[in-house]
Write a protein that binds this ligand. Structure first.
Ligand code: GAL
Length: 325
């Protein structure tokens, strides 16, 4: 009997582990503990995967001793309607606080109204709502980074190269821009401010190609391959709004027989481990650290402060950091 019970509990434990990895929801912590509901825009995103794991680890760290927290993380699958339902479920389950990585920043007001009616504080992360939306309630906050800074750093990395970005020496920096989804302010600002930094340094630029890669590696590869086939040696720089797309771009650059640092430059944002290795080996010109660990910790700290009834600011900003060899 004892053996059978042991076997049964083993099977149940295994099932929950499988669910943790394969389901669209991950929960850790004790029942009866303070409940933190976390809605992520999409699990299938390299950077947000690191972010949510850091967030979960931090809550578990804090959960030791007399403090008990339970965190439930759900996957919005890139669908705002799905995420709004998940927020409704968190509210129906009376979680203590919600941390939300919006699918569409334009849905912030709807989510805030729902949380306000239920008096559950909401901390937005990664996708910044407008100042107008953040002003709708005092138990709302945004924890993130200023995407203008990441764009500026990308531009500066290129401006600081030996040829000031003009690796083919034709007098103008001709570039390819691979963007995240256009509704996302990170994509908008990185696109704008990377080029602005070059222009502010007195460098002339020319856009050859600008397409959305939706933050995904495969798209980065496809789009870069197309751009290289169409514009060849005219291209000086491939700007990617994030590293996942830059990893794809790097594959396409190698496949086209081009060499970063010799006849083309490549920059991304996030400082994913794979991208840092490429920077180290010279296959990427640089990247910009998007500090997911600091952002995750801050988001949890602010969430707990909000539950305690403490004053919270409208914005908490974590600095980006330039990464070159
Ligand atoms: C950005 C990040 C991207 C992607 C995006 C999702 O900050 O650089 O890699 O995760 O957030 O909104």
């Amino acid at each position: 009997m004892k053996i059978r019970l042991k076997l049964l509990s083993y099977i149940l434990a295994m099932a929950s582990i499988v669910c943790l990895n394969g389901c669209n929801m991950q929960t850790t912590g004790d029942e009866g503990a303070m409940d933190i509901g976390v809605a992520i825009y999409k699990f299938d995103d390299n950077f947000m995967t690191l972010y949510r794991n850091a967030l979960e680890n931090y809550v578990n760290e804090l959960s030791k001793g007399d403090k008990a927290y339970r965190v439930t993380i759900v996957d919005g699958k890139g669908d705002q309607a799905e995420q709004t339902n998940q927020i409704d479920t968190f509210i129906a389950n009376k979680v203590d606080v919600i941390i939300c990585n919006l699918v569409q920043a334009s849905s912030a007001a709807t989510i805030i109204q729902k949380c306000k009616s239920a008096n559950i504080p909401v901390i937005f992360i990664n996708r910044e709502p407008t100042a107008e939306d953040l002003a709708l309630w005092d138990r709302v906050s945004y924890v993130g980074a200023d995407a203008r800074q990441s764009g500026k750093f990308q531009g500066e990395i290129i401006a600081e190269t030996e040829t000031k970005g003009d690796i083919n020496g034709d007098g103008v920096v001709s570039y390819v821009m691979i963007t995240g989804d256009p509704e996302n302010v990170d994509a908008q600002y990185r696109t704008e401010f990377s080029i602005k930094a070059l222009n502010d340094a007195g460098i002339q630029t020319k856009e050859l190609f600008n397409q959305r890669g939706d933050w995904a590696q495969e798209r980065g590869q496809e789009l870069t391959a197309t751009a290289l086939a169409n514009f060849g040696s005219e291209i000086d720089v491939i700007f990617c709004n994030n590293d996942a797309m830059a990893l794809g771009a790097s594959q396409a650059i190698t496949a086209a027989g081009r060499t970063v640092g010799k006849d083309i430059y490549l920059v991304g944002v996030d400082a994913l481990e794979e991208a840092q290795s490429l920077v180290e080996s010279g296959k990427m010109t640089g990247t910009v650290l998007n500090d997911h660990v600091a952002q995750a910790k801050k988001a949890v700290d602010v969430a707990l402060q909000a539950v305690d009834g403490g004053m919270i600011e409208k914005n908490y900003t974590i600095d980006y950091v330039k990464i070159t060899k």
